[in-house]
Every structure is written in structure tokens, then in C-alpha cells.
Design a protein around this ligand. Sequence first.
Ligand code: AQP
Length: 364
Amino acid sequence: FKQKTAYEIMPSLVGSEMCIRDRMKGMTNKKRILSGVQPTGDLHIGNWLGAISNWVALQEKHETFLCVVDLHAITTEYDPKQLSKNTLSTAALYVACGIDPKICSIFVQSQISAHSELCWILNCMTPINWMERMIQFKEKSVQQGNNVSIGLFDYPILMAADILLYDADYVPVGEDQKQHLELARDIAQQRINAKFSKGENILKIPQPIIMKKGSKIMSLNDGSKKMSKSDINEGSRINLLDTPEIITKKIKRAKSDSYMGMEFNNPERPESRNLLMIYSLLSGKEVSELENDLSQTGWGTFKKIFTEQLIESLKPIQERYQVLINDPYELNKILIEGKEKAEAVANKTLSRVKSELGFFEMEK
Ligand code: AQP
């Protein structure tokens, strides 16, 4: 996998104002990053190409906090027997994908109670009609039928708490999370800073980082639908831990069309566009070069080349994952160290928010 460097900080959102943390920071001048993935199942290539690979590209130059957002994972139906296993496996995949635990803090969200506490405070500050606009809630609640939890509705506020606790400058995410990021900014700016700051801002206003390529990898069954862990059809996605046999089978069955040659910009061919994008990201070749090379190639041949590339790109991740998942001592150590660093930052922000919002403080 060729590391991407082309990303954009959403132009409409530029301008992260100074906050109290900037004045007090001292420890490092690096800009801070916060991001995470829910342990709702096996991570797929969309999570990798749209989010985790960006963290890898950014980690050297930023102070990076990466959580496994397990509190988010219970906002939809889940299996308690799988939660802890998926949490560990997600953390191991961060490292297997190239995150260096020596320079990044990797931790589990539910281990730091400040996330839930700040979430409650932000709940009380956020107008309900802001929440009713959230597209992901609308989409996911349709899938849940009569079983929609308050947690699912509240998901974006918990996400805002995750981000704001770390005074994150940047939040690298896929396209689907952009609206949630905008909400976090609005809550911080309009409902906390504007109402309660006496001078400097209480909370940092974060900016999303969305990669120009790979920010929305689509389903293998429907090129107009996002690839997703919760899609009931397992064949709609390639998981990072899929074996070569499974990958081959899934790509063979992936939706194609009746055209000859691969194209990127034909609106009638979303599946061709999606696979070309993935192939370009994995091979490091430009889409235009691929379109040229593959203009006379049929789906059968392309799928074979594509499958080989996928298997080759995922192999090193799978090998590193196997080493780590079989070394619970090492994984635990990474998560303990990550938690210690993250908790210190989170608790500091929470105290600051509580103090500025008028909560009673014990005499020391
Ligand atoms: N298809 C995708 N293409 C690019 N980026 C994606 N992300 C998710 N799907 C794609 C990005 O991965 C990060 C982690 O996502 P998440 O697990 O926190 O939740 P999600 O966005 O809801 O991802 P899924 O896979 O669709 O999970 P489920 O089905 O459990 O909801 C985010 O940065 C996201 O943008």
C-alpha cells in the first residue's frame, strides 16, 4: 500500500481558534489528532483506506490519540461475547496497519470515564433539532426498525465529547463522518465557548481531515452505497483479515456491468469507479494511468488483477496482526500506556469545562 499524503482540511471549516489549552500546552508544539473506529465487527478496507491509512500518514508530524470507540459500538444491537474481542482486535489492527504505539496513544474509550461525563454535559447544551438533522441517524434508525436506542440518537454528541476532550486540532475521518464533525464544532463554538467563555475559548474547535482519495469506499454489491461493517451482506465488503480464498470469492461475486474496459468518470458505472479507486490506492498508480492501461480490459481479467493486488496489500497487515494478537502482554501494555497518556489529557479538559461551566469544586 502506497501511503497517501493528499488530504484536505475542509476549506469551509478552516480557522481553529486558540483555546486555553494552546496557552498551557508547552509539552509539544505538534498539532493534535484524535480519531477512532467502532469495534462493531471486522474492520474493512473502507475503514483502512478512508481513516486508518490517514492516521499512519499523519502520525509522525502530529501528537496522535487513537481510540477504539467501544461505547459507540453498543448504540446498535451487539453481542456482549464479541465486544471485548472486537475491541482488542481493532486495537491490534491499528498497529498492524502501521500505527506506531511509541509515538501514538492507543486506548479504549470506555476505560476513560471522562468521555461519558463530557457527553452528558454536552447533551444538556445541544438543541434537539440539531440532532434531528443527522443523516447517519436517519439511515441507521431505518435499519433498526422499532429498536432504535437513545444511544444511537446521541452518538454524534458522544463523538463530539471524544474529540473535544483532547483539544484535537484535526480529526481524520471518512466522508460519512463530516456532518458529525461539523456538529462537534458547532457545539464547542456556539453552545460552550460563546456562552461560557470569559476570555479565551474553553474548547478547541477541531477541523476534519478528509482524504481526497479513499474517503468513501463503496459496497462491492452496490457502487452507490458506502461499504459498511453493519451491512448484513458479508459479500459487500473486504475485511482486513479476509483470507485469500474469501477475497477471491467476494471479488468474483462483486457487482460488475456490461461495459468493456474500466472507467472512472462514467456516472452509469459506479462499480467500475469504486474498484478503480481502490486499485489506485493499493497500487499507488494514478487513476488516469489505470484507465488508460485498462481501457480494453474486461471485468474478468480486471477482477483477477484486482484480487491479486488486494491479497498482496493485505498480507503484511495480516502477518503483523497475527503476531500481535498472539501476544496479549504486548497488546495490553500498548493499551495501558495509551490510556495513561489519554486519561491525563481528558481529565484536564473535563475539569476545565466543569470549572468554567460553574460546577462546585472542592477546596484543595
Ligand atoms: N466505506 C468507507 N469509506 C471510507 N471511510 C470509511 N469509514 C467507514 N466506512 C468507510 C471511516 O472509518 C472510520 C471508522 O468508522 P466507524 O467504525 O467509527 O463507523 P462508521 O463510519 O459507521 O463505519 P462503518 O464501517 O460503516 O461501521 P458501522 O457499519 O458499524 O456503522 C471513520 O472515520 C469513517 O469515516
